[in-house]
Design a binder for this molecule. Sequence first.
Ligand code: ATP
Length: 598
Amino acid sequence: MNTFREINAMLCRNAESVCDHLLPNGRVESGEFAVGSIHGEAGKSLRVTIRGDRAGLWIDHANQDDRGDLLELWSKVRGVSIREAADQACTFLGVQSQPIDYGRKSNPVEIKRPAGIVSAQSSDQVMDWLTKERRISPETISKYRIASKNGAVVLPSLGVDGSVQYIKYRSITEKKYWSERGAVACLFGWQGVSTSAREIVLCEGEMDALAWDSYGYPALSPTNGANSLDWIETEYDNLARFDRIYLSWDMDDAGQSALPKIVERLGIERCFRIDLPHKDANECLIQGVDTFAIDSAVNKAATFDPVELVSAADYADSVVELFHGQSKDVGVTMPWRYGKGVILRRGEISLMAGINGHGKSEMAGMLALQAMEQGERVLVASMEFKPQKWIMRLTRQASALQLPSEDYIRAIHDWYQGRLWAFTATGTAKADRIIEVCQYALKRYGVRYFVIDNLAKCGFAEDDYNSQKKFVDRLTDFARDHDCHVQLCVHMRKSDTEDKVAGKFDVKGTGALTDMADTVFSLWRNKPKEEDRRLSSISGEPFDESEKPDAILKCVKQRNGDEEPSFALWFEKGSHQFIESHNAKPHRYVQFMQAVAI
Ligand SMILES: Nc1ncnc2c1ncn2[C@@H]1O[C@H](COP(=O)(O)OP(=O)(O)OP(=O)(O)O)[C@@H](O)[C@H]1O
């Protein structure tokens, strides 16, 4: 089944053929279809746009009220209802499914008109209450067939076919409702809605619907309470004809909780929320809110955009900040004098890739110290070593000494307090648990820099690339959603030689890992140099340490940076730090005095 909107869209895609079919005396002029009027005589007064975004829109310049879309043109030219026009259009378009049969359905049970009901007009009391106290217009009262019985207001719900579905009564002396029979799930107000209407207001109650109509907006309201959704099923087809449904619901908790469910079922793209200056339309009427204010509220009706859909324009401040602001590129910078453009940014994930034993853990540890020094709280999930072992390595780097004293070690551990946490599972930890603990550490302790060493120890089979990919995908979401950085150590594929720096295509596993990561490092240990050194020591030949670096850290990808430098580094034997020249001093991350002072 197709909605009117869909049928009209199909007509618009064939606007010229539709015009030729409906108005054979017309002709195409300057990109528009021109004809005398909806009666089809030759002429130029009625113009239909046949191409572009506005295709299908038409206007008769001799009678500016005559305008609309192609379905309306069809209905006017053929003198049929919109529903019949839609039926005919489907046949013309060769569309098998017929339009929704909204015009013929109603609730199956019709009730008999009870005795004693008279028109509201003939009851001074009811008429006065409606027009003077509630300020409902007499036209609306007549259109909606509002009646009176024993001094109470009679609110009949007629189906789209005019049959009486339900009758509700309202006392005029107190807010009390009763009905002719038990609650029926339908909408009140069809009698006030033209069969060609393409827009409708849905509101919470009958008096509201009458108020909306008094403002010039025909409206419907559920008969059995605003929070029951049963009416949707009964009236679903009847509502299909509306391209726009304005929801005028109370802003109280009950109203707000029902609204998303209504919108979801009626179609998010055609629903709009109206915010009124008072709690509902009848209150607006009573308070004297004029039609202009109501028109303005309708014009400003908000869409129910999914929370995930945001206009790019809303990001102006953040983008200006990225260009000009102080907080440009929040993240951890590299420990060396150059390459400051490489940043381990919040919201991103980086891979530290290397062959076994090439220093990934040492490098990730040093960068974690760098993060702590720059104020980040860090969690290390090392499945390679027992916590005491990797913390020992880290402490060596932090002190810049091969053998720090006991006091210094203890002082450094005091410094770790509130800065560093360990995920203690060694061996093969389950990926889910790692993420759970990371989430907890983030929420409970404000940790924003995470090291996972390494992917091979997260509980996946070596060749289960799909699960590895899903895990990295989840880490990527975690980093982005919580504005933190995750560094994941991964292995390089085994190759014949360890003599050259591997590229990002050498990362073990699926290529998706490097695609998903924001930054990828390839860490290479200069094994040939170590061999040369060994041979020199045997032969007694002098060996120049400065000539070649001990390691190269190559940034092979940095999605959000301009630089992808290679860092030539020397491995300082005492501290196990990577330094930028053979005679550079290792950096003391924790000064002894500073550590003691904390
Ligand atoms: N460039 C280097 N020169 C000398 N020794 C190094 C160098 N890089 C790392 N090492 C040493 O090599 C050993 C292995 O380092 P590390 O554990 O960091 O490697 P890894 O890449 O994490 O290994 P794995 O893949 O097995 O986890 C450590 O003892 C470390 O101190």
